[in-house]
Design a protein around this ligand. Structure first.
Ligand code: C5P
Length: 218
């Protein structure tokens, strides 16, 4: 699978990160979490007092933060201007602001360039919303991963140390709505993508399915 590019798109909490990290580890590939980059951009905007609901204000500063992603699937890292923000980017504030920031075309243009430079010649599993549609349209394997909202909220709440399931579901659905409805690079299943619904599958079953798809295609 040396130079393979595996694109995994899907809704929040569908199991993308856990699946992608395990698949990359199993196959000796790098791993890129593009959502973490949009979160890092959002964290920087909030930290610098930019009004995240003002697209022009966000666009004007989209070039400023230096975002660096580590691609080890067992220990992915993300820094902004040299500061590790892995924990901060998962806060409620960032959850509430990331979709409007991600809808700004200048933000997307900057991060898509960064993502393509990291993908380079391949050997990577990339997760996001627009990987198969925009970032890597020539990806060797394209997966569209979904799950029912209740299942996604239950998983995310557990990950967040027993957070309220109803509030978590509301937050996920609010992000899905903006991510799927935006004008630029909305979340969508492209032709050629394999749809996997993880609602009634264990993580291991989903990992096996994706590993199988990669092995078929290399
Ligand atoms: O994947 P994650 O849930 O961490 O992504 C957070 C947010 O980043 C998404 O809700 C979406 O608004 C944005 N995003 C995006 N395009 C990507 C990855 C994430 O717009 N490729």
């Amino acid at each position: 699978p040396l130079n393979v590019v595996v694109a995994v798109d899907g809704t929040s909490g569908s199991g993308k990160s856990s699946t992608c990290r395990a698949v990359a580890d199993r196959l000796g590939l790098r791993y890129l979490d593009t959502g973490a980059q949009y979160r890092a951009m959002t964290w920087w905007m909030l930290s610098n007092g930019i009004d995240v609901h003002d697209p022009a204000a966000v666009a004007a500063r989209a070039q400023d933060p230096q975002i660096v992603s580590g691609t080890d699937p067992l220990a992915p890292t993300i820094t902004v201007d040299g500061t590790d923000v892995s924990v901060e980017i998962r806060s409620d504030e960032v959850n509430g602001a990331v979709s409007p920031v991600s809808a700004v075309p200048e933000v997307r243009a900057r991060l898509v360039d960064l993502q393509r430079s990291i993908v380079g010649d391949g050997g990577i599993v990339v997760e996001g919303r627009d990987i198969a549609s925009v970032v890597c349209p020539d990806a060797d394997v394209k997966v569209y991963l979904t799950a029912d909202p209740a299942a996604r909220a239950a998983r995310r709440a557990l990950e967040n140390g027993g957070a309220d399931v109803a509030a978590t579901e509301a937050s996920l659905l609010a992000r899905d709505k903006i991510d799927s409805g935006r004008a630029v690079a909305p979340l969508t299943q492209v032709d050629g993508a394999v749809h996997i619904d993880s609602t009634d599958r264990t993580l291991d079953e989903v990992i096996e399915l994706v590993v199988g798809l990669v092995m078929e295609r290399v």
